[in-house]
Design a protein around this ligand. Structure first.
Ligand code: C2E
Ligand code: CA
Ligand code: CA
Length: 651
């Protein structure tokens, strides 16, 4: 440490952190210093009691010791106070520095006055008193070097000169030199020690700052990791953490409900208008949910078009809020100058039993949502025991389904498609059938939906495709067959390539195999679907859009898809008496003509329906009126059944 005296003394307590650390240390040592001063000085006064005037042995020491005692009491009192503010710490340091000089001069003047009295022993005591007291005080002031140096400076020069000037006993001169040397060395050691102390304080401070910064960053990361960046709502991770907290606290039983929300018709908006509009829409929906949810609700975005909510309310209130959330989302939303309309289905699970685990509660809400999406779109469905039975049934089905040998345990039926223009069967649709030894005959709609939740669907699709290809080999060349392909197949490139290699292996004309996809499946991920359909079509396969009219894609979307055929959903054929159904059917048939797509009417059940459709220009028909889906052997035999053919020809 460089000694630039004035500046250095002025700097005492300037570094706020250091000043505080010094003040804390001072409190522990200054009382010792004053105590030392009191004891040493009392001893000196006492040893001179017999040979010095009462002024020097009683009056002056009483005055000095009085002030010292007052300071001692003050320091003892503040010993346990909280760390002083930097300002206060600085003040204390300055006071102690000045006090050190003041006390030094005061006590030295007194002790030197005493030195004139008594014999060599008393004088030796005085010399000893000054030197030991100075050394003791320097030690006590180790954390305030300015005070130590000021104190020493107030004492040493006069002391040194006084001892040197002692001509009665030559021994005092070497003692003086000796003490001076020791004190100088001590002061040097003290400065070194103080330098280490201040470095350590700075390092500690830096460490504390780094720690604070780390804590802040951690908190920030934690918040980021739990926040959805688009809507600023909590994300899936936070939802899971919060449900875990809910289920972990029995006080939440009966007063907490969790909900999962899935938007209806969001995907086509995103696909049609682009992701930025989709994002904006999600933001607006999040905003709307926030407005409607009220203070008892915490909202989350779980990903894509899925939201979550935790409601701290009674089951009845929670159900009401949930219904309001669905209604709020269903109101038209204007993004830019576009009016967009989506809906929300919501699954609710009340936390009614302490034993319900977090995952189970979420699963219950998911099941209720699943039920809402399938049966009560746009509404809130609450998980109940009955629903649980349905869900259990589905789970049982899933277990059974996972255990089957797809090629052996599933059968296929074929439903003929006839062409009124040529007057005969032109092929059929291959439909999968499952009769489980445990559950009996299970409708494909049920088990396909379950298969779609796992990878089983890919095996089913491939198996049906392979059987269709085998069947094609046994059928006349002008027959074609169609197979149904799920949304998940369209998103699975390996399934698409497996279909293509099966077609190549079979050596059938790929143009005889139709791939049926529903518009809902296509719209789920339009880009992926178009890519998959292009691959299939590129290999020569034909593409049919199934169940047309039930989904949400508009007629104008048709030209965006690589299509060869549209199948009008069976609900239209069944309802041709209704002017809406008949005009939609007519429009679709007309559009297919314009776009040069073939058009099949499904679900034709009566001769009237067949006649009407024919009159509208649709000659390709499929439905119970022609034939139900038939086992393969019956389908193969059908062409031979002349009366049957005659029956539909006559219609
Ligand atoms: P889909 O593709 O629309 O198949 C036509 C459904 O309509 C068949 O039901 C058929 O039996 C039924 N149907 C045919 N004609 C009539 C009629 O005149 N009136 C009435 N009311 N219904 C008629 P199915 O076989 O129960 O299949 C139901 C759905 O299951 C299919 O609807 C399809 O979405 C799915 N599915 C069937 N087989 C497969 C398959 O191999 N793979 C996939 N992914 N889905 C399949
Ligand atoms: Ca179909
Ligand atoms: Ca269909």
């Amino acid at each position: 440490m460089k000694l630039r005296p004035i500046k250095w003394f002025m700097e005492v307590g300037q570094d706020p952190i250091l000043a505080q650390a010094q003040a804390v240390q001072m409190r522990r040592q200054v009382p010792l210093l004053y105590g030392l001063l009191l004891i040493n000085s009392t001893a000196l006064a006492w040893s001179h009691a017999d040979n010095a005037p009462i002024l020097l042995t009683v009056a002056v020491p009483a005055f000095l010791l009085g002030i010292t005692a007052v300071r001692l009491i003050h320091w003892v009192r503040i010993r346990n106070d909280p760390t002083p503010e930097p300002q206060e710490a600085r003040r204390q340091l300055r006071v102690i520095s000045l006090a050190a000089a003041g006390f030094g001069v005061g006590y030295l003047a007194w002790s030197l006055s005493l030195a004139q009295y008594g014999g060599p022993f008393e004088q030796a005591h005085t010399a000893l008193y000054v030197s030991t007291t100075v050394i003791g005080c320097i030690f006590c002031l180790i954390h305030v070097p300015q005070a130590a140096i000021l104190g020493a400076a107030g004492v040493l020069p006069a002391y040194f000169l006084a001892l040197l000037g002692q001509d009665q006993h030559a021994v005092f001169a070497p003692i003086a030199l000796n003490v001076l040397l020791v004190v100088l060395v001590l002061l040097r050691v003290l400065c070194n020690t103080f330098e280490n102390f201040s470095t350590e304080v700075a390092a500690r401070e830096k460490l504390a700052e780094q720690h604070e910064e780390m804590v802040r960053l951690n908190a920030e990361n934690h918040a980021l990791a739990h926040t959805d960046s688009l809507t600023q709502l909590g994300n899936r991770r936070r939802f899971l953490a919060d449900i875990t907290a809910v289920t972990g606290n029995p006080a939440n039983v009966g007063v907490t409900t969790i909900g999962v929300i899935d938007l209806d018709r969001f995907k086509p908006v995103n696909d049609t208008f682009g992701h930025s509009i989709g994002d904006e829409l999600l933001n607006r929906i999040a905003e709307r949910l926030r407005q409607v949810a009220g203070p008892s609700a915490t909202l989350y975005r779980l990903g894509g078009d899925e939201f979550g909510v935790i409601l701290h309310a009674s089951p009845e209130e929670a159900a009401e809020i949930a219904e309001r959330l669905c209604q709020a989302v269903a109101m038209p939303i204007f993004v830019g100058n576009r009016e967009l309309s989506v809906g929300a289905s919501l699954g609710l699970a009340h936390f009614m039993d302490e034993g319900t685990a977090c995952r189970a509660l979420w699963e219950h809400a998911d099941h209720a949502l699943y039920h809402a999406k399938r049966h009560r779109r746009g509404t809130a469905v609450t998980f109940t025991d009955d629903l649980e039975d349905v869900v259990r049934g589905e789970q049982l089905l899933e277990v059974e389904l996972k255990a089957i040998d797809v090629d052996k345990d599933l059968q296929v039926h074929v439903q003929p498609i006839v062409d009124y223009a040529s007057g005969g069967i032109v092929g059929g649709e291959v439909l999968v059938r499952w009769t489980s030894p445990q559950l009996g005959s299970v409708s494909p709609e049920r088990f396909i939906a379950i298969a779609e939740r796992s990878t089983i669907i890919h095996r089913i699709t491939l198996s049906v495709v392979e059987r269709a290809l085998q069947l094609l080999a046994q059928l006349p060349d002008h027959y074609s067959l169609s197979v149904n392909v799920s949304a998940c197949d369209l998103n699975a490139p390996e399934t698409i390539s497996a279909i293509l290699s099966a077609v190549r292996r079979s050596r059938s004309d790929p143009g005889r195999l139709w791939i049926e996809v529903t518009e809902t499946a296509v719209m789920r991920d339009l880009d992926a679907a178009i890519e998959a359909l292009n691959m299939l079509r590129g290999a020569g396969l034909k593409i049919a859009l199934d169940d047309f009219g039930t989904g949400y894609s508009s007629l104008s979307n048709l030209h965006r898809l690589p299509l060869d055929r549209v199948k009008i959903d069976r609900s239209f054929a069944n309802d041709l008496g209704n002017s809406y159904s008949s005009s939609i059917s007519r429009a679709v048939i007309g559009l297919c003509e314009t776009l040069e797509l073939s058009c099949v009417a499904e679900g034709v059940e009566t001769a009237e329906q067949a006649a009407l459709l024919r009159e509208m220009g649709c000659t390709l028909l499929q439905g119970y009126f022609i034939a139900k889906p038939l086992p393969i052997a019956q389908f193969l035999a059908l062409d031979a059944a002349a009366e049957h053919t005659a029956e539909y020809k006559a219609a």
